[in-house]
Design a protein around this ligand. Structure first.
Ligand SMILES: Nc1ncnc2c1ncn2[C@@H]1O[C@H](COP(=O)(O)OP(=O)(O)OP(=O)(O)O)[C@@H](O)[C@H]1O
Ligand SMILES: CC(C)(CO)[C@@H](O)C(=O)[O-]
Ligand code: BAL
Length: 306
């Protein structure tokens, strides 16, 4: 297969076997618009998977689900500076556009949008989207401004790509809740909030949630990192089995630290939709959400209670 890289034009090209190749647009918004119009021609539907690249099976699962939902699939790769804090890993974040494009082409993705920072935030850019309330807890508390950056870039990406469906991983549960809230509050129609689809977390064989940031782990840390999900499953079993939430979370803290993590940002039981903190489990749709640091990585995970 051969990639069709078209920074300045939106015309699809043919792969060497005659199949439509991935069209990659690195820059021009006008070219993106033309490519999107071409895909939508004749009433065809479009599903969109926004990413920051360094693609793994979690991302590719979103792509495969997207293909089931719509005629065409667009993926974006953009490491969004506005969602990184001043001391976070913006510079270290893995970037490997060519390898990512090859993976997407092999999955039959139609269009890859990989804008530069200047295209996304040109000189004079001044607008911020803030989803208040949902962004004050969990990762929002630990990473001030992070979800403003996410909401802002996702809103821009939605306007650029104008998809019928957008797919996000449940691994980033709070992000998904915030994006749905934004889509509802702003009356977005492309996509409509009901077409923002959450895809269950894809895990390694030992339970670790796949994440681009797992690459920061040494071999020893990678083994230890499995302790996070193990401790979560134990805590869930103990809450569902009747233990108090406080005692289950205290044991989870101990277990996660004992497995090699150096600190825990949060470990909470929360209402799955409102993210309200739950001090007792009353049978509602609840999630256990955890963020913890190991080596130079900050890993997150969440699971349903039932
Ligand atoms: N293990 C996974 N299972 C399902 N979806 C995932 C998984 N990992 C990431 N995603 C989803 O892929 C999309 C793009 O995520 P992103 O590019 O930030 O990757 P990531 O692996 O989450 O990276 P990070 O290390 O920044 O958390 C998001 O919707 C995210 O929730
Ligand atoms: C949704 C997203 C692509 C916005 O930059 C990012 O937060 C991510 O990859 O989860
Ligand atoms: N997948 C979450 C993006 C971030 O941590 O910035």
């Amino acid at each position: 297969m051969r990639l069709g890289v078209h920074p300045a034009t939106a015309k699809p090209c043919q792969g060497i076997k005659g199949e439509a190749a991935l069209v990659q647009i690195n820059n021009r918004l006008e070219a993106l618009r033309e490519a999107v119009d071409a895909l939508r021609n004749g009433g065809k539907t479009l599903a969109f998977v926004p990413t920051m690249g360094a693609l793994h099976e979690g991302h590719l699962t979103l792509v495969r689900e997207a293909k089931k939902l719509a005629d065409h699939v667009t993926v974006s790769i953009f490491v969004n500076p506005r969602q990184f804090g001043p001391n976070e890993d913006l510079d270290a974040y893995p970037r490997r556009l060519a390898a990512d494009a090859a993976l997407l082409e092999a999955e039959g993705v139609d269009l890859l949008w990989a804008p530069t920072v200047d295209v996304m935030y040109p000189q004079g850019y001044a607008t911020n989207i803030s989803v208040s309330g949902l962004d004050a807890v969990l990762c929002g508390a630990a990473r001030p401004g992070h979800f403003d950056g996410v909401a802002t870039v996702v809103c821009k990406l939605f306007n650029q790509v104008r998809p019928d469906f957008a797919l996000f991983g449940e691994k980033d549960w709070q992000q998904l809740a915030i994006i749905r809230r934004m889509a509802r509050d702003l009356d977005l129609s492309q996509p409509h909030v009901d077409r923002i689809i959450g895809v269950p977390t894809v895990r390694e064989a030992d339970g670790l949630a796949m994440s681009s940031r797992n690459q920061y782990l040494s071999a020893e840390e990678r083994e230890q990192a499995a302790g996070l999900n193990r401790a979560m499953r134990k805590a869930i079993a103990s809450i569902v089995g009747g233990s108090s939430v406080a005692s289950a979370l205290a044991a989870l803290n101990d277990d996660v630290l004992a497995s090699g993590f150096k600190s825990i940002d949060y470990a909470d039981l929360r209402d799955a939709a409102t993210l309200e903190e739950l001090t007792a489990y009353d049978g509602r749709d609840a999630r256990l959400l955890v963020a913890a640091r190991i080596g130079s990585a900050r890993l997150i995970d969440n699971m349903a209670l039932a």
